[in-house]
Design a protein around this ligand. Structure first.
Ligand code: SAM
Length: 285
C-alpha cells in the first residue's frame, strides 16, 4: 500500500480539521474515490506532467492526481483551514505536492508553471469554485502567449456553464461570448456529467467535466477586437448586427461586408470564423 493510500478517508479529514464547507468559497467537496479517479484519468496519462489545481480543499482530487502518477501537483487554495490537511498529503508524497496559499484570481499561472514544470508539460485540473470558474477559464484562454503554458485543461463547471463553453450557433440559447472565445482558441467538449448528489454538500444543479485543448494555430485575431465585437453583438443578441454593432462607434455595414456576413444576420447565427473576420475588419476600420 502506498503512503497516499494510507491517508485517512476524506470524511475523516474534514472532521479532524473542522472543514465545515463554506458556501462563500464555493465549497462542494468530492469524497467519492471512483469519481476523483475518473477526473484524474481524464487528464492523463500523467507521467512527467505537472498539474495546476485550483481549490484542492481537503485534497480529494489532489490525491487522485498524485495516485495517477502526476510528476507534481501545484495547488492554489484560499481557505487556510485546508492547509493542514494538504500538508498531510504532501508528506505522503515528498516533493510532489506544492501548495500556494492564496487567491486563484490573483495568481500568475504562467510564472507558476515555469517555476514548477520548467519546459515539461502542464495541465490544469480542478473542481472549480462555482463563483470564480468562468473568470479563471477566460483568463487561461486570453493569455498573450499562444500556444499557452498548458496543453490541456480538465475542469468541473455547473452544467449550464459547460454548455455555454461548448455551444455553437446551432444551439442558440447557450451560444454567446464564452462560446466564441473558447471556440476560437480551443477545442472544448463535455466529457461527463456529475450529479449534485456526488458532492458534500450537494449544490442545487448538475455539474459537468469539460476538457479544453488549445488549438495550436487559431485564426489570427486581436483579442481586444474580438472581445469588443462579441460584446456589442451579444449585448443585444436579438437585434440584427447592422443595428447592434453601431455601439462600436463605426458604420456596421462595411464591417459586415468585409467579413462576408449578411446585413440581416444576428449574433447567434454567426460562427466563430465569422466573428474572427468581423473582429479583423473592425480592427482594420
Ligand atoms: N477540490 C476539492 C474537491 O474536489 O473536493 C474542493 C473543490 S470546491 C468546489 C472549491 C475549492 O476552491 C474550495 O476548497 C475553496 O476553498 C477553493 N476556493 C474558492 N475560491 C478560491 C479562490 N479564489 N482561490 C483559491 N481557492 C479558492
Amino acid at each position: 500500500m502506498s503512503a497516499l493510500d494510507a491517508l485517512p478517508p476524506l470524511r475523516e479529514v474534514v472532521k479532524r480539521y473542522d472543514l465545515a464547507p463554506k458556501k462563500s468559497l464555493g465549497q462542494n467537496f468530492l469524497f467519492d474515490l471512483n469519481l476523483t479517479g475518473r477526473i484524474a484519468r481524464a487528464a492523463g496519462p500523467l507521467a512527467g506532467v505537472t498539474i495546476i489545481e485550483v481549490g484542492p480543499g481537503p485534497g480529494g482530487l489532489t490525491r487522485a492526481l498524485l495516485a495517477e502518477g502526476a510528476r507534481k501537483v501545484v495547488a492554489i487554495e484560499r481557505d487556510e483551514r485546508c492547509l493542514a490537511a494538504l500538508a498531510d498529503v504532501a508528506a505522503a508524497c515528498p516533493g510532489r505536492l506544492h501548495v500556494e496559499a492564496g487567491d486563484a484570481l490573483e495568481t500568475d499561472y504562467a510564472a507558476l508553471a515555469r517555476a514548477h514544470a520548467g519546459d515539461g508539460p502542464v495541465r490544469i485540473v480542478a473542481n472549480l469554485p462555482y463563483n470564480v470558474g468562468t473568470p479563471l477559464l477566460t483568463g487561461w484562454i486570453e493569455g498573450e502567449a499562444w500556444p499557452p503554458f498548458w496543453d490541456k485543461m480538465v475542469l468541473m463547471f455547473q452544467r449550464e456553464v459547460a454548455e455555454r463553453i461548448v455551444a455553437t450557433p446551432r444551439e442558440r440559447a447557450d451560444y454567446g461570448r464564452l462560446g466564441v472565445l473558447c471556440g476560437w482558441r480551443t477545442q472544448a467538449r463535455i466529457l461527463f456529467d456529475v450529479p449534485a448528489a456526488a458532492f458534500t454538500p450537494p449544490p442545487k444543479v448538475t455539474s459537468a467535466i469539460v476538457e479544453v485543448a488549445p488549438r495550436l494555430s487559431p485564426e489570427p485575431c486581436a483579442l481586444d477586437s474580438l472581445s469588443r465585437v462579441t460584446q456589442a453583438a451579444f449585448g443585444q443578441r436579438r437585434k440584427m448586427l447592422r443595428q447592434s454593432l453601431k455601439s462600436l462607434g463605426v458604420d456596421p455595414l462595411p464591417l459586415l461586408a468585409a467579413a462576408g456576413l449578411p446585413e440581416t444576420a444576428r449574433a447567434e447565427e454567426i460562427d466563430v470564423a465569422g466573428f474572427v473576420r468581423l473582429a479583423n475588419a473592425f480592427r482594420a476600420a
